[in-house]
Ligand binder design. Sequence first.
Ligand code: NAD
Ligand code: NA
Length: 396
Amino acid sequence: MIIEPRTRGFICLTAHPKGCEKNVLNQINYVKSKDPIEGPKNVLVIGASTGFGLASRITSAFGSNAATIGVFLEKPPKPNRPASPGWYNSAAFETQAHQAGLYAKSINGDAFSDDIKKQTIELIKKDLGQIDLVIYSLASPVRLHPKTGIKHKSVLKPIGGVYTNKTVDFHTGDISQISIDPATEEDVANTIAVMGGEDWYFWIDALQKENLLAPNATTVAYSYIGPKLTEPVYRKGTIGRAKDDLEATAFKISDSLKSINGKAYVSVNKALVTQASSAIPVIPLYISLLYKIMKENNVHEGCIEQMERLFSERLYTTEQPNTDKEGRIRVDDWEMREDIQAQIKDLWDNATTETLGSIGDLEGYNTDFFNLFGFKVEGVNYDEDVNEIVEIPGLQ
Ligand code: NAD
Ligand code: NA
């Protein structure tokens, strides 16, 4: 079929297998262009199909020759109905990994469930024995709690008062004011239940009980901080509470891993266009200004550059990675540079529908957004008939 983007708000309902494949190849080539990393050997990536999780998997495999198991929740294709992008990404990744002689298998299902944890454990026992790196990179709006059966929904709201600021419709470039009502206590609890650390803890606990974590095993989850500007809706809002919980869980997991000398870290990553971040009000405008400034200063990175740097310059260099005083690894250091933030603050005040085209990188945002779904990727012929039915070679 000929596959075109069909967008509805901040989601795209279609995905292009060739474009997704090309994105994955580009990421693999980026990692191969860098020095090899003396990194992990057996890696489990939870949330492995898109964004930071996919980039972590690619860095593990092609930077460090690691065997990888990927867990994700993606929609398979049906005749005349393309798969979700993470499906095509995983198909392309596993094809390339297998061609390179690397072990790569995956499990598609709800990572929050006991059943998917059990399936993953069985696969590790059968094939890999022990894991030395667990990446936890889920971004989800909902979690069906495996113990209580409650379906928690996360929200993106400020806490304590209405938050009003500018936001952009990144399809049209229209800037408008948005007001978001504050969260209730229940909203906060639900968001923590979905995006906080409990499930990360459950995963590590389940793996450790089965003796599937190698001596000195590391686990890393991803967080975000960002500038004052977005604090009410991000770091001091409901999602920020969940990130506080995730960050606290790192200490709890490190404690539980003492007997194997294991370590849990949170890495604070930079703001990037992903399916998860497109859904947060105000953030897309911030990102389009950030991209402009970071590109001008030659410090712009995508997911793969971030994860390659995390592995090569933080996790696998010195014995203990440098952390901030809260114990977090920082690869958002370039985003948070004082000079970068000062420039964004100036631009923010001047950003209007009329000025954004020249002062922001709306085009970069837009391209990145479509790229997530395999569209607007350089070197792909979109007029060509493609087979929407693609298999993931290592899918269990
Ligand atoms: P993403 O949407 O690209 O990736 C989410 C992954 O989770 C996908 O692989 C998806 O299949 C998987 N997933 C979602 N629900 C699942 C479920 N129930 N079971 C199994 N798999 C499931 O998101 P991302 O932006 O890469 O986010 C990953 C982490 O990085 C999140 O913790 C996010 O907060 C954090 N982070 C994101 C940014 C950013 O700007 N995008 C910045 C810093 C940190
Ligand atoms: Na991810």
